[in-house]
Design a protein around this ligand. Structure first.
Ligand code: 5GP
Length: 212
């Protein structure tokens, strides 16, 4: 048996306002061996830039509701008061079976639910360097109307106001390379916390003939 198999995988939550660059930082975390992504279900339509089944499992409202009824979600929420998003429990099961750290890219409402159900989960919040920079990034994507950008900025404000409640770590995404290294460093440090190694240490001590 390898050393890591004895340790429960991490459940990592990454949130941040739209335009904070959280998807890029999630990809950086997923570059670390021993991690796997959770693929959310959503009722929002697929964007032209999104490959089918890769970023999301796109489902109908009826299918989403049926999954809610069957208790298949670890958490779910309505985002931007428009579409539903949810994390299927199956990813948690798969992460435990495979011994891989699971990465959830979800909003603040979802993070609150996961933290309540699984307090051992670890939440990372991605902050934009400033409001001006966030607005500049949202506009440069050329994806949203003026009204939508205003809505996203208002929501960013609300999320930032909430972040102290649920989040354990914070990464300011002013430079994507540095922020990526920081996000990876958080995961590396979490993997080394002494509490996670207790069983291993007990076995090591036993191999020495046990404690005095
Ligand atoms: P988008 O539609 O731009 O991909 O995502 C909109 C928001 O929904 C983002 O803040 C994203 O993190 C969040 N989101 C994506 N998947 C989930 C999920 O499974 N649960 C929750 N609660 N939020 C999600």
């Amino acid at each position: 048996m390898t050393v890591t198999n004895e340790i429960a995988p991490l459940l990592l939550i990454v949130s941040g306002p739209s335009g904070s660059g959280k998807s890029t930082l999630v990809q950086k975390i997923l570059e670390l061996p021993g991690t796997m992504p959770s693929i959310s279900c959503t009722t929002r339509p697929r964007r032209a830039t999104e490959a089918r089944g890769k970023c999301y499992d796109f489902v109908t409202d009826a299918k989403f509701d049926a999954m809610v009824q069957r208790g298949e979600f670890l958490e779910f929420a309505r985002v931007f008061s428009k579409h539903s998003y949810g994390t299927p429990k199956k990813w948690l099961e798969e992460s435990r079976k495979k011994g891989l750290d699971l990465v959830l890219e979800i909003d603040v409402q979802g993070a609150a639910q996961v933290k309540q159900k699984l307090p051992e989960s670890v939440a990372i919040f991605i902050l934009p360097p400033s409001r001006e920079e966030l607005e500049r990034r949202l506009r440069s994507r050329g994806q949203d109307s003026d009204e939508e950008i205003k809505r996203r900025l208002a929501r960013a404000r609300d999320e930032i106001a909430e972040f102290g409640k649920y989040y354990d770590y914070c990464v300011v995404n002013d430079d994507v390379e540095r922020a990526g290294r920081e996000a990876q460093a958080i995961v590396t440090a979490l993997r080394c916390t002494s509490a996670r190694w207790r069983t291993r240490v007990e076995k090591l001590l036993a191999s020495f003939g046990g404690k005095d």
